[in-house]
Design a protein around this ligand. Structure first.
Ligand code: FES
Length: 111
């Protein structure tokens, strides 16, 4: 008899990153947690130098799909992202983007 692993209701797909997850990763997304919290709980060791206080940019990600499924950007996050040299309109600080449910996310870790 075969048992198939049930796909989680909603996921975060992380594109391959040489230092963090060379093969990429797909993790279950939990409503009410930030992207950083979700990744760390699933052993995806994204940088988070200020301990998720919105005071650095080490958790910078490109949120390539699913932007409408996370909390909106705040003023401080917007200011910090302006300090990065590679900001895109889909940039987020992963510790400030709280998953609100409704669909899957696709991200690229920048640092
Ligand atoms: S961990 Fe510093 S802003 Fe996200």
């Amino acid at each position: 008899m075969f048992f198939f692993k049930k796909k989680p209701a909603q996921t975060i797909t992380v594109l391959p990153h040489p230092g963090v997850c060379p093969q990429g990763e797909v993790v279950a997304a939990t409503v009410g947690q930030s992207i950083v919290e979700i990744l760390l709980e699933n052993d995806v060791e994204i940088s988070h130098s200020c301990q998720m206080q919105c005071a650095c940019t080490t958790c910078h990600v490109y949120l390539m799909e699913g932007a409408k499924f996370v909390s909106p950007m705040g003023t401080q996050e917007d200011k910090l992202l302006n300090q990065t040299g590679d900001r895109q309109r889909w940039s987020r600080l992963a510790c400030q983007a709280v998953f609100e449910g409704g669909g899957d996310l696709l991200i690229e870790i920048r640092n």
